[in-house]
Design a protein around this ligand. Structure first.
Ligand SMILES: [Zn+2]
Length: 344
């Protein structure tokens, strides 16, 4: 079943000060997410010209302040798990530590401290670092889903890299959570995926990959069994989707999958760095066996500041209208990002 990609196009006309006040037509698009139907407004800026951001002063200041995730403080400053959940109260996988979030927002809300190092620049986020920290998050989710299947039913692994993306601490960490209730977007994805399966007798993500490969406008490439796409309806700047075919639950994910996911994320992050992106958000979504038509996917988007010092890329549209906006066409992103997926 071919996926339908819907766009509504508008034109605004004005006397343009950038063109000697010539009467100029400016295009604008509203795109609809092919699964959820959510609208996204695409602004006509074709290529964002981001200014390189130097985190050094922020990193230095954060070193002078207290950091709960540094090796000398982590044992004293972070909560311990109850012994019946994690015997001994501490959960580690190699250099990676998993600790309860001091400010939980789900029944199981934990932080994966990616590295003992206080700061990792984008190039230092190697596939190994990414894969190990995602593995630690996944192992924790497996433990809670076995102990409390109902209470840890809906789970995800997320990443707010650096403060523009909502990361409150410089020290690199992932946000992993599980609870009896899905987030709003996951609830919508589960619902729409089941509806799609009922109507078409096929999995939406399988059809999405097939349609995108056939069109070849937004398809980026593969890392092992994972397919990478520039999102048709981007939720933010440089929105990239990874599809893991035939995977539904956390138990379907293999170490090889994590390696392939980390490989692809590393390529996207390399592109972000070269595009002067300062921060990013990533999400890795799972469901339960009974969620018909679902498929595990991950998503990564760039976050930036509009001006060198301050300026949020979130505005009234996202906060008060539940509507994403983005600039830079996904088709252009695919052209620019594809070469990163073609090298070994
Ligand atoms: Zn630290």
């Amino acid at each position: 079943m071919a996926i339908e990609f819907q766009i509504t196009r508008y034109e605004t006309t004005f006397h343009n000060p950038l063109k000697n006040f010539e009467l100029t037509k400016i295009p604008c698009e509203i795109r609809y997410d092919p699964l959820t139907g959510q609208a996204v407004r695409l602004i006509s800026i074709r290529k964002p010209n981001l200014i390189a951001h130097d985190w050094t002063p922020f990193v230095e200041e954060s070193r002078r302040r207290f950091c709960p995730f540094c090796p000398e403080t982590i044992e004293q400053a972070t909560p311990r798990f109850p012994d019946d959940l994690i015997p001994g109260g501490r959960f580690r996988l190699g250099e990676v530590a998993v600790v309860p979030n001091l400010n939980p927002y789900d029944k199981y809300s934990v932080v994966v401290v990616v590295s003992p190092r206080h700061y990792l620049s984008m190039p230092e986020l190697t596939p190994e670092v990414i894969s190990n920290s995602f593995e630690a998050g996944l192992e924790f989710l497996k433990i809670v889903s076995l102990k409390d299947p109902g209470g840890a039913k809906y789970c995800s692994i997320n990443w707010n890299y650096m403060p523009y993306a909502g990361g409150s601490l410089i020290h690199p960490h992932l946000q992993v959570h599980a609870g009896p209730q899905p987030t709003s977007l996951v609830a919508l994805m589960l619902d729409k995926a089941a509806q799609y399966y009922e109507q078409n007798k096929s999995v939406y993500w399988t059809d999405l990959v097939a349609s995108e490969m056939e069109k070849n406008e937004r398809f980026l490439g593969r890392t092992g069994s994972i397919y990478w796409l520039a999102a048709f309806a981007p939720r933010a700047l440089f929105d990239v989707i990874a599809v893991l075919p035939d995977r539904v639950t956390i138990n379907d994910i293999t170490r090889e999958d994590l390696g392939n996911l980390a490989d692809g994320l590393h390529r996207v992050i390399d592109f972000y760095k070269n595009a002067n992106v300062a921060s990013f958000n990533a999400g890795f979504y799972f469901a339960q066996k009974e969620n018909i038509g679902f498929c595990v996917s991950a998503r990564i988007v760039a976050r930036f500041t509009i001006f060198p010092l301050v300026g949020s890329d979130y505005s009234h549209l996202q906060v008060l209208h539940d509507e994403a906006w983005a600039m830079y066409l996904p088709e252009q992103l695919a052209q620019d990002l594809k070469p990163y997926f073609q090298t070994k």
